[in-house]
Ligand binder design. Structure first.
Ligand code: MN
Length: 715
């Protein structure tokens, strides 16, 4: 255990002006407050806050932060109150302790469903003052170091998972590389002990095999640089077990070379020397192509700066080298803490403070209240990403602007392919909804893959876009081919000829097409007209009649179709095609729909789940892929049909009508289909704007006590 005077000395060593008195008072206060409490390890409880303070001295943090570390568990776990702390140690320390206490309380709620909400509060709490997070991370680090003393395995596992999901990304984001790596490694040991042991065994073998090669390489590098009069210090650092494991996982490779386990680092005086050292290294050893990265001219989002390269080193071994200045090195090791170190307590003006942190603090200063702050920042620090959770509490990290469909594909492409709906924090939302930090996302799935082409307009991740595009293309192509083939057969029939592949093949050169498949696709897509096809097959005769007319139906890709006088805004049809909405399913804008071609009668539009469609499953050539034209659909009114079961009691009809009116639906028709002593069965036609609106109406009706069930009428 660190002694009282040792702690004070450590702080004094980097901050001679530190207030010795307050450090001593905090030490004694915490020691007394925790009294006889003990840790799972059997150590006195006080050893914990003391170790946490010790960790923070290695980050050279200011006096208030060290004091906060000593006091961080007193409000939560002892009789001490926040008022007392404010009286003894001042308002700034009290505020920091309060922040840490709040974070700890969030941690205690282990229920996975509250996880997401917690994370939101968590980030809000810590963004009040980044030092709160620094204390919390040190707290977590010490708890992870002593994790093995906890006997309950479930609890250990939960803490380790939480560390991996939340604390590791956070410490990475604020650039605390060393703490991040240690946390990761400790969590790894709990979560996947077998993997860690096997990596360790392999590492041990490689260490023995390579002997003191690391020292020899270090010396060779130092000598080479010194020979060119460059002042530099060279280090060789063994990589962490977890980072080796991750590399094996991601790249799906075994590790067997020195470059897989040791990273060399050259530390120089200034930026110019970085590039000079790089030149010397590349001059002395052949570089490995594609491995050079210049994070000095383009820093990472967490402001990490360094040059990275790989060369075939002095012993013809591939080695990785990082080159940076002393200052960059300190920042890489300490991250944001480097700017909270005592010497830079007033560093806001020196331009070196982390950009995102400065912005965050600016907004904090200017925001009227916490809501506005959250609204403005949407967590500025995570500007480029959102953290969301699966219903099991697994963290999914996505780029900003991502939707539930992106989320689904990020979890697994099968889940993306079968995604039909989504719940955010328990409520159904449109698939185009943008996810926010901390959202818990549940994907509603169908049994068959059914990605929609319209998703592409809102997807953000490359993986999701590519999957959807691939699916839609191959599906469309197959549909067009089948349709084209059916059209071709029909044209043969019209011409009074038996269908013959050979004839079609002969027509190919005349149509400047290469394969039959290509031809069918062109025919199905409408790029090739039925008449041209007929002329090419039977150059001697002229084709007339129904077929060529009917085929114009499927030509053209967009436009507004007409049904009677009212425009039905549907994409995927040529202008002028007669369209009507099927009575069986009454499709509404927003529903997923298909058109069924009735030759000579135009197109009937059904919802994709309409039962009537079964009778068309043998004639795929008659199916058209349609979607609603959103812009055109606004402000128009459509009729949705509901089937209801309502209790047969006084006033129930009135309640029903009231409820529909409340959700701005208009009853258009109402029919009792069955009537018993207890219940009425109704069919109700309601005027609504679109499918979502109808869903609202349904939801409102479900809340009415006399309504026993409500459903959209199908088939
Ligand atoms: Mn603690």
């Amino acid at each position: 255990m660190i002694r009282q005077y040792e702690l004070v000395e450590r702080v004094k060593a980097y901050d001679p002006t530190a207030d010795e008195g307050i450090l001593n008072r905090a030490y004694v206060f915490s020691l007394k407050a925790h009294g006889a409490q003990t840790r799972a390890s059997g150590d006195p409880y006080f050893s914990h806050p003391l170790e946490v303070a010790g960790i923070l001295t290695t980050l050279k943090l200011d006096c208030d932060t060290i004091v906060t570390a000593l006091l961080h568990d007193t409000v939560e776990d002892t009789l001490a109150s926040l008022d007392e702390i404010e009286n003894h140690f001042g308002a700034p320390v009290a505020r920091l302790v309060d922040g840490v206490t709040k974070l700890s309380q969030l941690e205690l709620q282990s229920d996975q469903t509250r996880h997401a909400e917690n994370f939101r509060k968590f980030v809000l709490a810590m963004s009040q003052d980044i030092r709160v997070l620094l204390v919390k991370l040190a707290d977590r680090l010490h708890n992870m170091r002593t994790l093995s003393f906890i006997e309950n395995q479930t609890k250990r596992r939960r803490i380790a998972n939480e560390t991996m999901d939340i604390y590791v990304p956070l410490s990475e984001r604020i650039g605390l590389q060393t703490i991040k790596e240690e946390l990761e490694d400790l969590a790894f040991a709990e979560i996947n002990e077998d993997a860690r042991n096997s990596v360790n065994a392999r590492l041990e073998f490689l260490r023995q095999e390579s002997g003191d090669i690391v020292t020899r390489i270090l010396n060779a590098l130092s000598d080479m640089l010194a020979g060119h009069r460059l002042r530099a210090s060279v280090e060789g650092r063994e990589k962490r077990l977890y980072s080796i494991w991750r590399k094996m996982e991601i790249k799906n490779i075994a590790f067997e070379q020195l470059s897989d386990i040791v990273a060399f680092r050259i530390i120089v005086e200034d930026v110019a020397d970085c590039y000079r050292a790089l030149g010397l290294v590349h001059g002395a050893y052949p570089m490995v192509p594609g491995k050079f990265k210049d994070y000095i001219s383009t820093p990472k989002p967490n402001d990490y700066r360094s040059l990275h390269t790989s060369v075939m080193g002095p012993e013809r071994q591939r080695i990785e080298i990082q080159i940076r200045t002393r200052e960059m090195h300190e920042e890489a090791e300490l991250g944001v803490a480097a700017h909270w170190a005592f010497k830079q307590a007033d560093a806001g003006s020196d331009g070196k403070q982390y950009r995102w942190l400065r912005e965050l603090l600016d907004i904090l200063d200017n925001a009227a209240g916490p809501e506005e702050f959250l609204e403005h920042t949407k967590l500025e620090m995570f500007r480029d990403q959102v953290f969301c959770f699966t219903p099991h509490g697994d963290l999914i990290n996505l780029p900003r602007g991502a939707t539930p469909v992106d989320f689904a594909y990020a979890v697994h492409s099968d889940i993306g392919d079968t995604c039909v709906g989504a719940k955010i924090n328990g409520g159904m939302v449109p698939l185009r909804t943008r996810l926010s930090n901390g959202d818990q996302v549940e994907i509603v799935r169908s049994t068959v893959p059914s990605p929609s082409a319209t998703w592409e307009s809102f997807l953000v991740t490359g993986k999701a876009r590519a999957s959807v595009r691939r699916f839609v293309r191959s599906k469309q192509r197959k549909e067009y081919e089948a349709l084209g083939r059916a059209i071709a057969e029909k044209i043969f029939r019209e011409a009074g000829e038996p269908f013959a592949e050979a004839v079609v093949e002969q027509a190919l050169p005349r149509l400047k097409l290469k394969t039959e498949v290509e031809l069918y696709a062109a025919l199905g897509q409408g790029n090739l007209s039925g008449k041209d096809f007929g002329d090419a097959c039977f150059p001697a005769r002229r084709l007339t009649g129904v077929a060529s007319r009917a085929l114009s139906l499927v030509r053209g890709r967009s436009g507004i179709a007409k049904a009677g006088d009212a425009a039905i805004p549907i994409r995927g049809l040529e202008s002028g095609v007669a369209v009507h909405l099927a009575d069986c399913c009454s499709p509404l804008p927003g529903d997923r729909i298909v058109g069924i071609v009735a030759i000579g009668m135009g197109v009937t539009v059904h919802t994709i789940d309409c039962e009537t469609l079964v009778s068309f499953s043998d004639t795929p050539e008659r199916w058209l892929d349609l979607s609603w034209d959103r812009e055109e659909a606004d402000n128009s009114v459509h009729v949705g049909r509901l089937s209801l079961v309502v209790a047969n009691e006084t006033g129930s009809l009135g309640e029903l009508a009231m409820s529909i009116a409340k959700s701005k639906g208009n009853i258009n028709n109402l029919k009792i289909t069955n009537r018993s002593a207890e219940f009425f069965d109704f069919l109700v036609d309601v005027e609504v704007q679109d499918a979502r609106h109808l869903t609202d109406v349904i939801a409102t009706l479900r809340a009415v006590p006399c309504v026993s069930s409500v459903e959209r009428a199908r088939g």
